[in-house]
Design a protein around this ligand. Structure first.
Ligand SMILES: *Cc1c(COP(=O)(O)O)cnc(C)c1O
Length: 422
């Protein structure tokens, strides 16, 4: 059977033109590698869209899922609970800032954001003081459902839907010392602003764009002076990516709401979690149906996903994993400081396990012409480095070894040489 042909006939792939070139069939994953049906071993340098934290086919997580599947695969989560969900809630709340007091389960990053937005809006309703305005940051990506699209950058991702998105005010992305964003934030906040949503320290999809904790703290301070609900979308930055468990751990101001997904199950099963502070739960604490949060998903708190997440968090807590995260962060920093930045590069920067390289091009953005050239160059060396337009980034599973990182860095240098030749 030619599965690739059948795939092309039957399946619609995400973020891909329908007529794109044939896809690659993977039969096995092991650590940082993917094995294809024609026995190529491709290094997954981007953790398969930022989800795979502990390497492919991690045995410990795999065993936990298998064990749970023989006990309880799923149960309605209204009026019922189970051990993996409660265990996970304990582990998560222990890791998050102290103000976080409850968590709400959903299915993925987008739904964790939907839940956060709805909770923040209903918070003001429940208080009897409805607020109508929302602030987000230029270049933001919070997901592909309508609410999460609305708080995201208006661009190629959501162009056909502009007319159907709700109104949001955007502050500029903080460049340099962030003075541009801070000034705009001051101007924009009002007693009618319900919420401020942001990707803390790194904007993922817009090209791993980084800004400092000092700037974000300043923005949060301004928001908090008007009691605005601050929502940290840690869907990408969570679970060790930035060198700390959460990017918000670098901040002095605690967000009111956290959105979590991607790395939460170590990349095994989809799951979204939204956590909230007591300030918010208090206003929902009534038998009154008008103050109830009427939201839920069929697979809420799926026991298999919860078991995977519990195991993934256990691994994240091990000294070995912490050492790996530190090693990757250090290697990235060394690469940044040792690399002579060629003319064709606009910025090389890292934060924790994330390394970004922004090329100087005439058409910056997700659909930059150079995207395919980058992808093909690294794939021909069996390195999966799917760029965000003109931005190359490395975001590896934490089990990667120094010699494997070295191989990636060498290939990047070779790519620079290729660019300089032109
Ligand atoms: C990926 C991402 C989302 C959306 O998550 P999905 O699981 O793809 O729905 C939301 N916010 C951020 C910051 C993301 O990186």
């Amino acid at each position: 059977m030619n599965w690739q042909k059948l795939d092309q006939k039957n399946i619609w792939h995400p973020f891909s033109p329908l007529s794109e070139k044939p896809v690659i069939q993977v039969k096995k994953g092991r650590g940082v590698y993917l094995q294809t049906i024609d026995n190529r071993w491709i290094m997954d340098c981007i953790s398969s869209w930022w989800v795979n934290t502990h390497g492919h086919a991690n045995k410990q997580i795999s065993r936990a899922i298998s064990k749970q599947s023989r006990k309880l695969e799923q149960v309605i989560f209204a009026g019922f609970t189970h051990e993996p969900a409660v265990k996970l809630s304990q582990l998560l709340l222990n890791l998050l800032p102290e103000n976080q007091s409850k968590l709400f389960f959903s299915d993925d990053g987008s739904t964790s954001v939907e839940v956060a937005l709805k909770l923040a809006i209903q918070y003001w309703k429940n208080l009897g003081k409805p607020r109508r305005k929302i602030i987000a940051i230029d270049g933001a990506y919070h997901g592909d459902t309508f609410g999460s699209m609305s708080v995201g950058e208006r661009g190629i991702f959501n162009l056909p839907f502009f007319d159907f998105l709700f109104e949001v005010d955007f502050i500029p992305f903080p460049e340099g010392d962030g003075a541009n964003s801070i000034a705009k934030m001051r101007e924009m906040v009002s007693d009618d602003t319900a919420l401020f949503i942001f990707e803390p320290l790194v904007q993922g999809a817009s090209g791993m764009r980084m800004y400092t904790p000092e700037i974000l703290d300043e923005l949060l301070g301004i928001a908090k002076s008007k009691d605005i609900i601050c929502i940290a979308d840690e869907v990408m930055t969570g679970f060790g990516r930035t060198g700390k468990v959460f990017a918000s751990d670098y901040l002095n101001h605690d967000p009111d709401i956290f959105c979590l997904s991607k790395g939460i199950t170590g990349g095994f099963l989809p799951m979204g979690v939204t956590t909230v502070s007591q300030k918010i739960t208090k206003t929902f604490d009534a038998t009154d149906y008008a103050k109830t949060f009427f939201h839920g998903h069929s697979y809420t708190a799926n026991p298999l996903a919860c078991a995977a997440a519990v195991e993934s968090l256990k691994i994240l807590g091990n000294q070995k994993c912490k050492d790996q995260i530190e090693m990757i962060s250090k290697k990235h920093e060394e690469f940044v400081s040792a690399t002579k930045v060629p003319e064709s590069i606009r910025e090389i920067r890292s934060l924790g396990t994330i390394l970004r390289i922004e090329l100087r091009v005439n058409d910056p953005g997700y659909v930059s012409m150079i995207k395919e050239q980058i992808y093909d160059f690294f794939m021909s060396r069996n390195l999966l480095l799917r760029p965000l337009g003109h931005v190359i980034y490395v975001l590896p599973p934490y089990v990667i070894e120094p010699k494997e990182l070295k191989k990636i860095y060498q290939a990047i240098h070779q790519f620079f040489e290729e660019l300089e030749k032109k």
